[in-house]
Design a protein around this ligand. Structure first.
Ligand code: DCP
Ligand code: MG
Length: 347
């Protein structure tokens, strides 16, 4: 039996961190398929109550391919994995990671900057041939603040601010925290909110009104409003599309409170989504995540149940009908599953 001999092993490595480095690198190299396989394997390791102590303990685990197991074995024997170390020291990986940590900079832009020979923020900001868009400009301007994790306490403080703005426009509307915080996470990179509006059409007017209010309160640092492109008749997509078609906005807002920096506020990334009432449950399920959970649930719906699920709807291919749902429970029932609590969706 193969024991995990090295007592100095950083357990995080065996909890999937090493596999995440591989996944991230594959993403940067434009190989999303293989990247996803490593993300799944990492997620399985993270879901275990303890890091595996023996290689054999990983044998029965799902989603752990030969490649992932070989890496676990190497880490267990030598305390590290040479391929992972190589990636962590690789100039391209390091630069791509740095650049794509800026709000508004995706892998394509990061690669473009890297290929131009740029390696630091200073070089990017001083390069006269680079024109940053509005989002990237805000990304650099508030980099320090928005790179800092947002705490649950801060998320709750923001909820009060969003709620106040929403109900001042539509008193019977309601606001719920979604994303990682709804899954019980203590920290997030942003705070996601979903807005429930009681009457048809209000989902399109609420976000511009909230943005206006934040502006008047001088707490709006950045906003990108995306109007709805949602069509009730559109079938859920076969592909996993990250973005939904609902009315939504990506914001940076000022949150008041003493900071280590000595300032009395910090900048926080906030996302708001406002779906039409009849699709609220689907939007809530889609925005609660995690991304891997969403992916797997949609895959299950398609392969095991012959149904198409996305952020907007559930469609039964056998009867060619949309299945209506008032709550997330209804959706799980349509799929023949017991209700899965948000905290159980941290895949
Ligand atoms: N989501 C999605 N497609 C996207 C982005 C998000 O379906 N392109 C869904 C799944 C996510 C949820 O919305 O879980 C919120 O997105 P975040 O990126 O904010 O992810 P989390 O809230 O899960 O993580 P974090 O704690 O880092 O904010
Ligand atoms: Mg989030």
């Amino acid at each position: 039996m193969m024991e995990l001999k090295n007592s100095r092993i950083d357990k995080k490595e065996l909890r999937g961190d090493a596999l995440e480095v591989l996944a991230e690198n594959l993403e940067f190299c434009g190989n999303p398929g293989l990247s996803l396989a490593f993300r799944r394997a990492a997620s399985v390791l993270k879901s275990l109550p303890d890091a595996p102590r023996r290689l054999e303990e990983t044998q029965h685990l799902p989603c752990l391919g030969e490649h992932s197991r070989a890496i676990i074995e190497e880490i267990s024997e030598y305390g590290s994995c040479s391929r992972v170390e190589e990636i962590l020291n690789d100039e391209r990986y390091r630069t791509m990671k740095l650049f794509s940590s800026v709000f508004g900079v995706g892998p394509k832009t990061a690669e473009n900057w890297f290929c131009r020979g740029l390696r630091t923020f200073e070089q990017v900001l001083n390069d006269p041939s680079i024109r940053l868009n509005r989002m990237q400009t805000a990304g650099f301007l508030f980099y320090e603040d928005i790179s800092k994790p947002v705490s649950r306490t801060e998320a709750i403080a923001l909820k009060i601010i969003v709620e106040e703005a929403v109900t001042s426009v539509i008193p019977s509307a309601s606001v719920s925290i979604t994303g990682g915080f709804r899954r019980g996470k203590e920290f997030g990179h942003d705070v996601d909110f979903i807005i429930k509006t009681p009457e048809a059409g209000q989902e399109d007017s609420i976000l511009p009104a909230v943005i206006e209010r934040f502006k008047r309160q001088s707490i709006l640092l950045y906003s990108d409003l995306q109007e709805s492109t949602f069509d009730l008749r559109q079938l859920p997509t076969h592909r996993f599309e990250a973005m939904d078609h609902f009315s939504k906005c990506f914001l940076i807002v000022k949150l008041k409170g003493e900071q280590e920096t000595g300032r009395d506020w910090r900048a926080v990334r906030v996302d708001l989504v406002a779906p039409p009432l009849e699709r609220y449950a689907y939007a809530l399920l889609g925005w609660t995540g995690s991304m891997l959970f969403e992916r797997d649930l949609r895959r299950f719906a398609r392969l095991e149940r012959g149904k198409l699920l996305d952020h907007h709807a559930l469609y039964d291919k056998a009867t060619n009908t949309f299945l209506s749902a008032n709550t997330e429970e209804d959706i799980f029932t349509h799929l023949g599953l017991e209700y899965i609590e948000p905290w159980q969706r941290n895949a």
